[in-house]
Design a binder for this molecule. Sequence first.
Ligand SMILES: [Zn+2]
Length: 205
Amino acid sequence: MATASTHSLIACHDCDFLYRKHPLQFGERATCSRCGALLYQKKRDSLDRTLMLSLAALILFVLANVYPFMTFKISGRVQVSHLITGVEELYAQGFLELSVLVLLTSILLPLVKILGTLYILLPLKLNRRPWKAPQIFRLIEALGPWVMMEVYLLGVIVAYVKLVDMATIVLGIALYSFAALIVLVAAAGMTLDPEEVWERLETTS
Ligand SMILES: [Zn+2]
């Protein structure tokens, strides 16, 4: 496969020095001999850990979208908001582009990333090669910078601080699930070893 030759060379992220890659033992790291930056590493139990974290993330994603996010009580009136409410409010106030951006970066793309990761890793765990695997794996790798759930959470904290004197605010299950989801998606990104995925994709059929 063409990917085998392109994946045998690696450029240092910091100084662009080019290296030919050598197989590593689990837990080993290769660093740049010129500037000391990390080039690549072989992570232990990468597939299992990423799989478990992604499954847990999927459950939290469902909880974050189904249960109430926050409940406001202002002078006798009770208002329940959900994760999607933030998007709806932006849209209702005329911020169309912003509402689409928040919908993508906080809800849709995180879901695509979680489902895509499971789609690739579950079959690999069973020594099967998922359909269109290289294209889909490249897509979810490219999605990384667009998953920005923490920005949404930051907005929620700002709103909370502004409103906390005016209203009684009850934080819901969805809010805690969303916060935990951010941590799990970040952890899954750290445990994932793209090199191992590429190697397995090349050796399974
Ligand atoms: Zn370097």
